[in-house]
Ligand binder design. Structure first.
Ligand SMILES: Nc1ncnc2c1ncn2[C@@H]1O[C@H](COP(=O)(O)OP(=O)(O)OP(=O)(O)O)[C@@H](O)[C@H]1O
Length: 276
């Protein structure tokens, strides 16, 4: 499943360009983004708000078409939803009238597929939800709901897990717990993971590489290697090396925003002067 020595990227984004048609005209969200994600890698995507992170991730999932460019999974173009790709969103999106077990099994009902009950039970146990199968979403904390969403996404044994700001709605303590959980699961399964996050600390904790996108239209501005060994303990996360990397990424994001602003200022009449 890992194939870390292999040279073929698991996911390959080539020249991804996305134009949204809006009432006020075309909006260029992504502009020729290219990125390779190797098998078993964890890659985080960070960048200023609205730079196209979600657009890029959704195009990797096949849920969103591109205006230009392509996304390849194991060398084959992705043209629609793919069972080899699991997704986790900021909201757990559990059906309120179904209990936890029934929520986890729901996608199998829809697809009329037989779930691997042993695998699912091991995941439920792994995320600490043993004994909660009969509970309804309203009876579960936000962290527990997100654990269930993680189980649901992994229940199909995807080879790629895409996560869109999955822990953004959780308190910082629960978020840290979830980060450790993802790290543990990854160490067991070596699933290829692409993660969008607004937390640079989270990106560094989880990733092999952190991709910084420029302000919209999103382009790959820089890619940072994260060289720290796993599991990444609190001691590792408190080192100067981590702190320096965190600052470098922050500076990159802020610098990108500033240079965009400076370029706008330099354009004649780009920002009209007040008339009164
Ligand atoms: N369906 C859509 N129709 C029109 N415009 C869209 C659509 N989806 C996104 N956009 C616009 O495309 C740009 C990129 O959006 P996207 O959600 O991909 O950015 P993001 O980096 O994920 O943002 P955030 O960090 O705030 O979640 C934004 O300007 C957004 O308003």
């Amino acid at each position: 499943m890992t194939g870390l020595g292999s040279t073929m990227p698991k996911l390959r984004v080539r020249g991804a360009t996305k134009v949204y048609e809006t009432r006020s005209g075309d909006l260029l969200a992504l502009d020729r983004c290219s990125l390779d994600v190797m098998p078993g890698e964890i890659v985080s995507i960070v960048g200023p708000s609205g730079c196209g992170k979600t657009t890029l991730l959704w195009s990797m999932s096949g849920l969103h078409g591109l205006t230009g460019g392509e996304v390849l999974l194991d060398g084959k173009a992705i043209t629609g939803p793919n069972p080899a790709i699991g997704m986790v969103f900021q909201e757990a999106n559990l059906l309120p009238w179904r209990n936890l077990d029934s929520n986890i099994h729901f996608p199998f009902e829809i697809k009329r597929e037989k779930p691997d009950r042993e695998w699912i039970a091991s995941l439920v146990s792994r995320v600490g939800l043993d004994g909660f199968g009969g509970r309804f979403p309203r009876e579960l904390s936000g962290g527990m709901q997100q654990r269930a969403a993680l189980v649901r996404a992994l229940s199909f044994k995807p080879s790629v897990l895409l996560m869109d700001e999955p822990f953004g709605a959780l308190d910082s303590f629960t978020r840290e717990e979830m980060n450790h959980l993802v790290e543990e699961i990854w160490m067991d399964t070596r699933t290829t993971i692409v993660l969008i996050t607004h937390s640079i600390e989270e990106a560094i904790f989880l990733s092999d590489r952190v991709v910084v996108l420029s302000p919209r239209p999103g382009r790959v501005a820089n890619i940072y290697e994260v060289p720290f060994p796993r599991p990444r303990s609190m001691e590792i996360m408190a080192t100067k090396e981590v702190f320096d990397l965190q600052n470098a990424i922050k500076r990159e994001i802020v610098g990108e925003q500033k240079s965009r602003y400076a370029a706008l200022q330099a354009l004649p009449d780009a920002i009209p002067a007040p008339t009164h």
